[in-house]
Write a protein that binds this ligand. Sequence first.
Ligand code: NAP
Ligand code: ZN
Length: 355
Amino acid sequence: MTKNSVIPSPSYAVREANGPLGPFHVDRRLPGPRDVLIEIDYCGVCHTDLHYVLNTWGNAVYPVVPGHEIIGHVISLGADVNDLQLGQRVGVGCLVGSCGHCDACQHGEESYCTEGLVLTYNTPVPDPGGITYGGFSKRITVDRDFVLVMPEGLDSARAAPLLCAGITTYSPMRRWKVGPGQRVGVIGLGGLGHIALEIAHAMGATTDLITHSEAKAAEAARFGAEDALISSDTDAMTRAEGQFDFILDTVPVPHRFDTYVPLLKRGGVLCIVGAFAADMTFDPTAMNMQHRIVTGSFIGGLRETQEMLDFCGAHGIEAEIELITMSEINAAMARLEAGDVKYRFVIDLSSLAES
Ligand code: NAP
Ligand code: ZN
């Protein structure tokens, strides 16, 4: 490829497991007829980005440019894109492509695509560089079908985390019909957890935080939680048995799911969205005895992501963030690993120089 047949995009990458993130040059493809070229304004820092820094899952292909909570504005449009405008505020989440024809894609569940899922970073593609690079970057070229329209009213930096944390928590709550009259528990007051509490509350459920950090218990009410359960308080955990219709587990490290199963009502659902690679030990007794369900969920489809954004726009749901510059990312990653963030780091990409 000649130099002017690509779009230069200064970025930050991690070059080896456990290594620091540092400046890295990415070339984006020129927009094709169905593509949108986006100048990135903000990008959230998800715990998944940290998993790729640490290579938790063993699948990182370095250098990795993380970032899949992207908000930006359109700077160029392919000839066949007629429903977006130059300058328009848009979002990009965890997916930038899928096969379009498998059963999941046909049902608008692109995150479950079995034949051609393209994640926003670390997926091999024919683009310059041969692999997708994420949103710790100045700009990105994305197929129109994977570009979300941001509702008016939401602050761009605070809305960025909705693109992953929002849809990852909204999708299972929709699937399991969270609503009025239900009690919902959210395990972990982190990036996903604080948004999950807000969304469940807006869906009309009574919500409780379940946390392993005593200090966070007092903060749960700010996100609409009625109560906070400290998971190490065995008396309180016993008293809470059989109370919950739905529990969302966002813990990012190996842990015993069966600690939480007894909290469910008969037929209640524990949905695991926290991601880690580990062989787990699990006592099924509490699940069997009350036909409780233990399940999982992975992001969400594009149609549902747009629905989630519109829902958050209508309810004023935004993340609580700490805004950082690109060069502060390594300190932010260390704090994220230590569980020391309230409650999402978001990078201001205007802080990243052009060269
Ligand atoms: P995060 O901001 O680090 O929050 C995770 C929370 O889990 C912490 O704030 C903490 O809350 C709790 N926690 C941490 N260590 C724990 C431990 N040892 N025992 C019990 N609880 C602990 O992470 P995040 O960005 O929300 O992401 C959470 C997980 O979801 C990650 O594994 C990420 O990769 C995954 N994820 C999955 C999907 C999907 O589609 N399934 C999408 C996005 C992210 P407390 O202090 O309140 O206990
Ligand atoms: Zn994420």
